[in-house]
Design a protein around this ligand. Structure first.
Ligand SMILES: [Zn+2]
Ligand SMILES: [Zn+2]
Length: 260
C-alpha cells in the first residue's frame, strides 16, 4: 500500500534517466567551454587535483571490522558491537576521515550543487572496497544500493549524492547499481545536532524496500557515516524484505564521534 503510493510520488524512472543524460551532456559541454578547476586550490585541469587529493586522510587500519569505528587496535567486533548484539548490518567501512578537504568537497556535493564532484570522490570508495577487509565478501555483493533521499528532497536538490557516488563506484568496480530497491517514505529532519537515540527515532520507519531485495547481498552507499542510525534503518528494512546480507561503505567517517 505504502509502496504503491510512493511509486506515484517518485519521479518515473525514465524521467530520471533522461534528466541524468541531459546533465551528463551538459556537463561535458560545460567542460569544453570552461575546463574544470580544482574545487580546493583552483588549479586547472581536474575538479580535485592530485595534490589536494593527497590531503585526504584514510581511515586507519585500527578499526572495528563490524562497525568501522576507529579503535586502539584492529578488531573483529569492538566492545560496543559485542554489547549491541546481532545487527542487520554485517559490516560498515568508511573510506576516509571527515576532515579537510574531503569535508568541504562533501559539503559542495550535497549542498552547493556540485554533482560533478561525485566521480572524483567515488575513487575513494573504490579504493576502500579494494582493501583486503572486503576480500571475504566483495565477490558476494549482488547489488549496490544508495541511501535514498525523500522524493521531495530529491526534487529540491535535483540528484541524490549517494546515488551518484554509488553509480561511479559500480562503474569502477563492475558492480550492479539498484537505485530504486530502497525508498525513503518519511521526510526526516537533518540528523546533525541529534544524539544517537534521537537519530534512531528520527529514521525509524523512514524506509521501504522493494520485494526484489529478497535473497540479495546488498552493499549500501552513503556519504557520511556518523552514528550509523540511517544505515542501520536501511539495513533493517532490507533485511525485513529478505535481503541475505547487508554491508555498508561510506565516503567519510567523522574524526571524532559527534555524539556519544
Ligand atoms: Zn587542488
Ligand atoms: Zn564495532
Amino acid at each position: 500500500m505504502i509502496l504503491q503510493a510512493m511509486r506515484v510520488a517518485l519521479p518515473p524512472a525514465g524521467a530520471i534517466s533522461v534528466q541524468r543524460r541531459v546533465r551528463t551532456l551538459l556537463s561535458s559541454g560545460i567542460d569544453l567551454l570552461f575546463p574544470p578547476a580544482c574545487a580546493t586550490c583552483g588549479k586547472g585541469g581536474q575538479r580535485i587535483c592530485a595534490t589536494c587529493a593527497q590531503l585526504v586522510t584514510p581511515v586507519p587500519e585500527t578499526i572495528c571490522i563490524r562497525c568501522g569505528h576507529v579503535q586502539m587496535v584492529r578488531q573483529v567486533a569492538c566492545a560496543q558491537c559485542q554489547a549491541a548484539g546481532p545487527s542487520p548490518l554485517a559490516r560498515v567501512r568508511a573510506a576516509a576521515l571527515h576532515t579537510s578537504p574531503l569535508r568541504e568537497w562533501i559539503h559542495l556535493l550535497k549542498y552547493k550543487q556540485r554533482p560533478d564532484l561525485a566521480p572524483a570522490l567515488a575513487r575513494y570508495l573504490a579504493a576502500a572496497l579494494a582493501l583486503s577487509d572486503w576480500d571475504d565478501c566483495r565477490a558476494r555483493i549482488d547489488t549496490v544500493v544508495p541511501v535514498p533521499l525523500h522524493p521531495q528532497r530529491y526534487r529540491e536538490r535535483g540528484y541524490n549524492q549517494s546515488e551518484l557516488l554509488a553509480a561511479e563506484l559500480c562503474r569502477r568496480a563492475g558492480l550492479v547499481l539498484a537505485p530504486n530497491l530502497l525508498e525513503r517514505q518519511k521526510e526526516t529532519r537533518a540528523q546533525v545536532g541529534l544524539n544517537a537515540l534521537e537519530r534512531q527515532a528520527n529514521v525509524a520507519g523512514a524506509f521501504a524496500a522493494r520485494p526484489a531485495a529478497a535473497g540479495q547481498h546488498i552493499l549500501l552507499i552513503d556519504d557520511v557515516y556518523t552514528t550509523g542510525a540511517t544505515l542501520h534503518a536501511c539495513a533493517q528494512t532490507l533485511q525485513e524484505a529478505g535481503a541475505s546480507e547487508v554491508s555498508a561503505l561510506t565516503l567519510a567517517l567523522p574524526a571524532h564521534t559527534e555524539t556519544s
